[in-house]
Ligand binder design. Structure first.
Ligand code: SAH
Length: 224
């Protein structure tokens, strides 16, 4: 951990704590777990932003990562990680590897992370970065998130970091009974609703709409 970022990181953690309190009426959580906050503290966001953006890496904002894509706002990364209630033994699927930052946060919270990215160049750079930083429990693959990752399914939890217009059915199928999925659902280039989908032990799913968010669209691989 680079000393030069300590102060900015401490300020960011304080802001995330404050954002959590301010959004409790939507999320039902006034604070995130110690495990999630520790993962946020440990994960070097400055390694995942573009080189010229490293001075701003710990500002609580999304940032461009090229190819029209963004690395999510740290508060949203913490919130979505917290909503999955992960155990150290869990296997998690992420859709939209992007920079690889969210996968790195998840890697601190569970046993294995599988992350799909539709932009080949981003998949390659995220994989290289995560490997160089020593995240041995993350696998990145270039592929279509709508299809999920059937060979590794079912998953204890799924996090979708691009916005589909409706609930992706194949992902629900790849969720274990008792599993949880967070996904922003809504029209492209509009505000979406962050949804928490829970599958019960009988395989029945319920969906809660938590709060308005803004994500890049989840695109079909064939039409991009
Ligand atoms: N989790 C990322 C941020 C993701 S931005 C991070 O921490 O940096 C959303 C990402 O989803 C983009 O990189 C975009 O290319 C990708 N994406 C969009 N549609 C997709 C699809 N159908 N399958 C997989 N990835 C997709």
């Amino acid at each position: 951990m680079k000393h030069e970022y300590d102060k900015a990181r401490a300020r960011l953690l304080a802001e995330i704590r404050q954002n959590a309190r301010e959004t409790e009426m939507w999320t039902g959580r006034e604070a995130f777990s110690d495990r999630v906050m520790a993962a946020m503290e440990k994960t070097p966001r400055h390694e995942f932003v573009m080189t010229e953006d490293t001075p701003y890496a710990y500002i609580n904002r999304p940032r461009a990562i090229g190819f029209g894509q963004t690395i999510s706002q740290p508060y949203i990364v913490a919130l979505m990680s917290d909503l999955l209630d992960l155990s150290p033994t869990d296997r998690v699927l992420e859709i939209g590897a992007g920079s690889g930052y969210q996968a790195a946060v998840l890697a601190e919270l569970c046993a294995r992370v599988f992350t799909l990215e539709v932009v080949d160049d981003l998949a390659k750079s995220a994989a290289r970065k995560l490997e160089a930083l020593g995240y041995a429990n993350v696998q990145v693959r270039h592929g279509d998130g709508f299809a999920g990752w059937p060979n590794e399914a079912p998953f204890d939890a799924i996090m979708v970091t691009a916005a589909p217009q409706r609930m992706p059915q194949k992902l629900i199928e790849q969720l274990k009974p008792g599993g949880r999925m967070v996904v922003p659902i809504g029209r492209p280039h509009d505000t979406q609703s962050l949804c928490l989908c829970k599958k019960d032990e009988n395989g029945r799913t319920t969906v809660e709409n938590l709060l308005p968010v803004a994500f890049v669209p989840m695109v079909n691989m064939t039409t991009r």
